[in-house]
Design a protein around this ligand. Structure first.
Ligand SMILES: [Zn+2]
Length: 326
């Protein structure tokens, strides 16, 4: 590994950054004021010792050591012309929408935008670098990054993609302060990975192969149900849905995860009525969030045990012979 090969431009190319934001309809040009210099802000945030290049070198060091070379081709392709911008207090405040985010990655332009509003948000760079490392820019008829696909105006897999991006950033960079921006999606991705297996899940993500993920889950369910599950995670926080629809979405996500785990257990030749296997099922299911905090701070509580019972009933029907699962 030769770290000196990494070329990253540190940009005060204000106009190009603004073009990016305009193109993505984040801002209205008339409302923009000129930001202060990047260097000054870094010093203000006590980040003078930390530079983008150090983060990227460390990112490359870790992923080259932890991932097999053959799943790093997107990373290799994108690293050479990656650009990083930072946004500033004034600008971030004006752009309400962007200021919600710690960072953004543009898959079409291979640009990371980091929001300096809070110095902790700087650590979202690992999350954004995973987006970069999992974006397949060789595909031209659609945007494909990690588990996310954008084609013909339809976005699919954003929720799972964000959750799994958080998971990887947390797994490999949690010790240096990576933050979790999508806690619920992170939990669902984490539980799903236990069904798929870490090695496969990381490979499907890094090589941006959501089709392979769907095929893998196809061992346990129909493609329609798997697609429903992926879209359900996209729609958890859909502001147009009322509480009944939201509850239905959360219950369906929970049920799919439990169903797939139980089917996998059965396919492995295990008897789910065996006390040890039963305990595994229950401890798996209880990692799924049982309480979801809504955007208006209300709760949606999920009865995990009754969903387990429901799934077992559906699989075993009359053959269950009154065996309790719990
Ligand atoms: Zn993200």
């Amino acid at each position: 590994m030769n770290l000196s090969d990494i070329s990253v431009s540190f940009i005060s190319l204000y106009d190009e950054f603004i073009d990016y934001l305009l193109e993505n309809k984040k801002i209205n040009r008339s409302k923009i004021s000129k930001p202060t210099k990047l260097g000054e802000k870094i010093i203000d945030n006590n980040l003078s010792k930390i530079r983008f290049s150090e983060f990227i070198k460390y990112f490359e060091y870790v992923i080259r050591n932890r991932f097999p070379e053959e799943i790093l081709h997107n990373f290799d392709d994108n690293l050479s012309d990656l650009r990083i911008y930072s946004t500033y207090f004034q600008l971030a405040d004006i752009m309400k929408k962007l200021s919600k985010y710690a960072g953004k990655y543009s898959a079409t332009k291979n640009i990371i935008v980091i929001n300096f509003k809070d110095k902790d948000l700087f650590y979202s760079i690992y999350h954004e670098l995973f987006h970069m490392a999992s974006t397949d820019r060789m595909i031209t008829d659609r945007i494909q990054t990690g588990f996310f696909v954008y084609k013909n105006g339809i976005k699919t897999g954003n929720g799972l993609n964000e959750g799994y991006t958080d998971l990887l950033a947390h797994r490999y960079f949690g010790d240096v302060g990576s933050i979790i921006g999508y806690p619920l999606e992170y939990q669902y991705a984490k539980v799903l990975e236990q069904i798929v297996g870490q090695e496969k899940m990381e490979k499907f993500y890094m090589t941006s192969n959501p089709g392979a993920l769907v095929r893998e889950l196809g061992k346990y369910d129909s493609e329609d149900n798997i697609m429903y599950f992926i879209r359900a995670i996209d729609n958890i926080y859909n502001p147009d849905d009322n509480i009944i629809v939201k509850r239905n979405i959360i219950e369906n996500i929970t049920k799919s995860l439990i169903q797939w785990f139980i089917r996998k257990t059965i396919m492995n030749g295990e008897n789910i009525f065996d006390p040890i296997v039963r305990r595994n099922v229950i401890s798996f299911a209880w990692q799924i969030p049982a309480r979801v905090v809504n955007t208006d701070s209300s709760y949606i509580d999920i009865d995990i045990n009754s969903i387990i019972d429901q799934v077992v009933d559906e699989i075993y029907g009359q053959n269950r012979n009154n065996y309790p699962i719990r």
